[in-house]
Design a protein around this ligand. Sequence first.
Ligand SMILES: [Zn+2]
Length: 272
Amino acid sequence: MSTTQSSSESVILQQYYRDLISGSHILHYHNVVDAFGHLSVRHPFKPEIFIMSRNAAPGVISSPNDLVEYNIEDARAVDPNAAAGFAERCIHSECYKRYPDVHSVIHSHSEAVVPYTISGVSLRACYHMAGFLGTSVPVWDFADAQQPDDISDLLVRNTHLGSSLAATFGTSDSKDGSPQHVVALMRGHGLTVLAAGIQDCVMRAIYTQKNAAIQTTALSMRAADSSATAPIKYLSQKEVADTTSWIKTSAHRPWGLWLREVEACGLYANSA
Ligand SMILES: [Zn+2]
């Protein structure tokens, strides 16, 4: 590897660090994560490694020193002396392992979304900003994957639970390495979101939460009005496809706004 390449890779890696930290702040600013939840990214030059923060609230991480490299194979830190990591990092490792095209993962306990993990009401695309949700979002149940040695705290603490969750996304028929779904719900717990990059992943997580709030409002309005007879009009299969294509070209706009929001907020610092 030439010095020039090495320098160029260093610049790219530094931007990944910066986006990972800012993305974590954005998710906190928008209440997708609180003290819990996490964002990760696949290493841009070592596809067998992913990067996520040490065990800390996403709103308070502030420098590359807060970030840790993990092996996708077993979710162990590359550096055995690294700071303690999140208990649920197997969510991330197993999703990267199963889907080569996935380069960013978010896990959240969004309170707007959790009701759809326990109620039997299917979360589905309600408006054009969330077509990526499709006509139904799969729900993974910890109890279905639990083995006798697993603690019943619903946390994804090992590779077999992570692998089971990752399988819930399904495999796309159209392209090798792509998941069929990009969001999966976790019963009594939260959700996991997949994307090809940090910006898209953050956007999907935020608009999944907004979509859940819209759907809950629509369902509540229906329940309160006995004269309403027509079914709720969710997005059709064709609308899902077309809005998903459109939003792929628009991720930069909300990212730019959300970045300014967290940069203007004194709570957050990013030295990467
Ligand atoms: Zn969790």
